[in-house]
Design a protein around this ligand. Structure first.
Ligand code: AMP
Length: 122
């Protein structure tokens, strides 16, 4: 997926306050909110506020401050939603093969049940 950011994507609209969200935690560079269609009892999305499309885009181009804030916020969110106790999965889909729907980098935090294998056999 090219790193061309679409400012009309739904998470950009959430960040601008055009669409409501169920916020878990917000910091200077990061927003965490509940997924609108949860796939598990715990399903939170963590997004950077900057215009990054995928994990690798964010990892390559975000500032040290953004990277630190994102990861420390994710750790706080995992604790806040009670995901750490039973275990959880942190995953990020990218591009066509990853079946990414929203072209703004996001980390899914899933937990609250046994999640099955990481990838289904084709
Ligand atoms: P992905 O397929 O990795 O791009 O995941 C996109 C996720 O965003 C899906 O799990 C959707 O349920 C979720 N989603 C889409 N729109 C919203 C929204 N307005 N608020 C919260 N989550 C959303």
């Amino acid at each position: 997926m090219p790193n061309t950011y679409d400012p009309q994507n739904i998470f950009a609209r959430i960040l601008r306050g055009e669409i409501p969200n169920k916020t878990v935690l917000e910091t200077a560079h990061t927003l965490a909110f509940h997924d609108i269609h949860p796939q598990a009892p715990i399903h939170v999305l963590v997004i950077p506020k900057g215009p990054y499309v995928t994990f690798d885009h964010f990892a390559a181009e975000a500032s040290a401050e953004e990277l630190l804030d994102f990861h420390r916020t994710t750790a706080s969110v995992v604790a806040m939603v009670g995901a750490a106790e039973g275990g959880y999965r942190a995953i990020s889909n990218a591009g066509v093969n990853g079946m990414q729907e929203v072209p703004h980098y996001h980390l899914h935090i899933l937990g609250g049940r046994v999640l099955g294998r990481l990838v289904e056999r084709a």
